[in-house]
Design a binder for this molecule. Structure first.
Ligand code: SF4
Length: 354
């Protein structure tokens, strides 16, 4: 397809025109994306699902989850009708589990209160559970081609460099948002938003921006100033504290495992897990039943957003008639290690390899 067929002549020649021109040739092939020039209309369900999955998570990690979710629940109505445990199990390993709980809530609100249709505006999307300003802007732009300002980490980096902004993040956010708003075109704003995201993901990368092949190389202020790789500036993060805890893997003689569904609120909320102690500066014993607990030789180490966690893992084989004071036994036929969040799965893998 020739350039002038992709970009309307009245569109002008600013950054948006250069970005769309570049995007038409270099758009990433993503399972939730309608390629530029394709006559299909984006499915808001798939756009929403991908945007929720991509929060705090890489494209590479999300792809398989996206395929599994859309194969199992092809529409928002299918997802709304799913059992909570099935969705939490399918989400296991993707992290930030509040997203999965909100995903279900949102699907049910869309199915029940919006007749299965996502609202087609930023303000309408903002009313839905789990959809904040960034996600509302992204869905509004990508699914409905609205000229909203989409500012994720990739776009922040491109804007900071293009304008050579040295104010550190997060204080620079309003300034970067303002820059991004001014650049957002009325023509093909959905493709433009995805173009800037793609540029940040593939060319204007955090460590070594490939300025030589960048469509913005000529006007880019940071390239001209030689400051690209220093930007965006960030306030140094505080070192993460380390917390400790103990988890207990109890297995009945018939093979059933003792598991608990964690409370909806809090870390790993709503997910399956091994019973255990609170996590604090020191680990405190909290066995879910009396048994001859054996300590596995290795510990689980896991890093959450705000802290590192070290878990001691104890294991016991118990009689079939054992009654726990925490959790419930799950028959071996009903136990899928893949339903466990990563930190709990690590404990199971340690036991498996012990
Ligand atoms: S020229 Fe370099 S620094 Fe500027 S936007 Fe392109 S890749 Fe980023």
């Amino acid at each position: 397809m020739r350039d002038e067929e992709m970009i309307a002549p009245e569109f002008g020649t600013g950054i948006a025109a250069d970005m769309l021109h570049w995007y038409d040739r270099n758009a990433r092939d993503l399972p939730w994306r309608i390629p530029p020039g394709d006559a299909q209309v984006p499915d808001p369900y798939r756009v929403w699902l991908s945007e929720v999955m991509l929060q705090q998570t890489t494209v590479a990690a999300v792809k398989d989850y996206f395929h599994r979710f859309t194969a199992r629940w092809p529409t928002v109505a299918d997802l709304a009708a799913a059992e909570d445990g099935a969705v939490m199990g399918e989400w296991a390993g993707l992290g930030y589990y509040a997203r999965a709980r909100n995903l279900l809530k949102c699907a049910r609100v869309v199915a029940q209160e919006h007749n299965g249709q996502f609202p087609d505006s930023y303000d309408g999307l903002l009313t839905l559970p789990g959809i904040g300003p960034y996600t509302a802007a992204a869905i509004s732009a990508i699914a409905f081609d609205r000229p909203e300002t989409v500012l994720d980490g990739n776009v922040e980096r491109v804007m900071a460099r293009f304008h050579d902004i040295h104010t550190p993040l997060p204080a620079a956010k309003p300034m970067l948002h303002d820059c991004a708003t001014k650049q957002t075109p009325q023509h093909r704003p959905g493709d433009y938003a995805q173009a800037v995201m793609d540029l940040g993901a593939t060319i204007c990368t955090p460590k070594s921006p490939a300025c030589g092949i960048c469509p913005l190389r000529e006007p880019c202020a940071a390239r001209l100033a030689g400051t690209a790789s220093e930007l965006p500036k960030k306030i140094p993060k505080m070192p993460k504290p380390t917390r400790r805890g103990i988890i207990y893997l109890a297995r009945r003689s018939d093979g059933a495992w003792l598991l608990e569904r964690r409370p909806d609120k809090g870390l790993l909320g709503g997910m399956l897990g091994w019973p255990g102690s609170d996590w604090g500066e020191v680990a405190v014993e909290a066995p879910p039943l009396n048994a001859d607990w054996v300590t596995l030789p290795a510990e689980v180490r896991h890093t959450f957003t705000h802290f590192h966690l070290i878990l001691t893992v104890r294991y016991a084989q118990v009689a079939n008639e054992t009654t726990p004071n925490q959790g419930a036994f799950v028959a071996v036929a009903d136990f899928r290690p893949s339903d466990l969040p990563t930190v709990m799965r690590k404990a199971f893998d340690l036991w498996h390899g012990a």
